[in-house]
Write a protein that binds this ligand. Structure first.
Ligand SMILES: Cc1ncc(COP(=O)(O)O)c(C=O)c1O
Length: 388
């Protein structure tokens, strides 16, 4: 008889060596949340109306997804896309989890950049994959294109693979990158995908609406009946969390060749996306003007804050996305804590390669950034006047 283990049966070895992915998500309501790159004002009133209109008896029915893929296709411009190109997920995090589950086997390699979004690496590790994370380059965190190209190629020689060398199973590019904001031109991404046909090339475009460079327009502009026919190994991730203000409802999309989307969708449950998220997504996608207005407000607040940072001589780095990095004059964790006392949340990048010492500050409205800037200056000034 198998002995009874005090802490229950062991999980897979890969899981035994993991820690649960956790983020400081509790106790944030009521504060100015510049810590998770969320929409800082909430969704379109039409989303709120649509959710309120759900009859209570519908809560008892499993969700229906018919028509949502069509709405996503229409919102992306339609040309060369059909509903089979769209995978629906419980947030982009769930799409990431699914694609690693479908593609990553023990010993396979994930090729990505560093520092980047924190959930890629646990997804790879839970599959037993090896991670090759290539650092961004120089003071402006430029994309390491040559190194990524080289890592996709057999070091043994040009042409056919030689010996035991296997290409990376997955190449994951966050574009623009969270947290450095680094942008990579879509043409370069399409070249990388074409040069690595055996690698699943995933482009996480969560922040493309805020100063970004999506691969979709060049694909759709080709005018092909299937926008992904020349790139069957390319998958694009989009979410309604950050732009449309639906982070709490959880809905994201994976867009790619139908065969790819089908494989990834095989490893999800049948009802992973709940009915509220479906209703909210339809209403949000029908109100693009609201999202456009929010993005314009964020971009104007970004210019406003950048002017002040430059004038005050504060070290900072801003590229793509609705966030920027600021290096305070003393340990970032202490400044983060003082801002929290002032009711403002930002994210310390302590311990992250290349950007240790910085704070990531999400961008909201002009008024919110003015509130942040006032508090930040007060904290920095009080420290200067308090020093001997
Ligand atoms: C780069 C990136 N990808 C994916 C996600 C997760 O997106 P979602 O809320 O749709 O799961 C985040 C959230 O912060 C992110 O920054």
């Amino acid at each position: 008889m198998t002995p009874c283990l005090p802490d229950g049966p062991q999980a897979r070895p890969e899981v035994e060596s993991l820690h649960a992915y956790s983020a400081p998500l509790e106790g944030r309501r009521g504060l100015l949340r510049l810590d998770f790159n969320e929409n800082t004002v909430g969704p379109s009133p039409k989303v709120v109306e649509a959710i309120r209109a759900i009859p209570a008896d519908h809560y008892a029915i499993y969700p229906e997804y018919d028509g949502l893929r069509e709405v996503v296709v229409a919102s992306l411009g339609g040309m060369g896309l059909n509903p089979a190109h769209i995978g629906l997920f419980n947030g982009v995090d769930a799409a990431l989890h699914a694609l690693f589950h479908a593609y990553g086997a023990p010993g396979d390699r994930l090729l990505t950049t560093s520092p980047t979004f924190g959930y890629y690496s646990p997804c790879a590790r839970m599959q037993g994959m090896a991670i090759e994370a290539i650092p961004y380059r120089g003071g402006d965190f430029a994309f390491p294109l040559e190194q990524i190209r080289a890592a996709l190629n057999d070091p043994g020689g040009a042409g056919e693979p030689s010996g035991n060398w296997q290409p990376p199973r997955i190449l994951l590019l966050c574009n623009p990158n969270n947290p450095t904001g680094t942008r990579l031109a879509p043409e370069r991404i399409l070249e990388l995908a074409a040069a690595a046909p055996r690698t699943l090339v995933v482009v996480d475009e969560l922040y493309e609406a805020f100063t970004g460079d999506s691969v979709l327009p060049p694909l759709l502009n080709l005018g092909a009946a299937d926008a992904f026919s020349a790139h069957p190994n390319l998958l694009v991730l989009r979410s309604l969390a950050k732009t449309a203000g639906l982070a709490g409802l959880r809905i994201g999309f994976a867009i790619g060749a139908p065969a790819l989307v089908d494989r990834i969708s095989r490893v999800t449950g049948p009802y992973d996306i709940n009915s509220f998220a479906v209703v909210a997504a339809r209403a949000a996608l029908a109100d693009q003007a609201y999202v456009d207005g929010y993005v314009a407000e964020v971009l104007s607040a970004r210019s406003w804050l950048l002017e002040r940072l430059r004038a005050a001589g504060v070290r900072h780095h801003a590229a793509g996305g609705n966030y920027l990095l600021i290096w305070p004059s003393r340990p970032e964790a202490a400044v983060e804590a003082e801002l929290r006392q002032a009711g403002i949340l930002v994210r310390s990048m302590e311990g992250k390669p290349l950007i240790d010492g910085s704070l990531r500050v999400s961008l909201g409205t002009r008024e919110q950034m003015a509130r942040f800037w006032e508090a930040y200056q007060a904290i920095e000034t009080s420290r200067i006047s308090a020093s001997p």
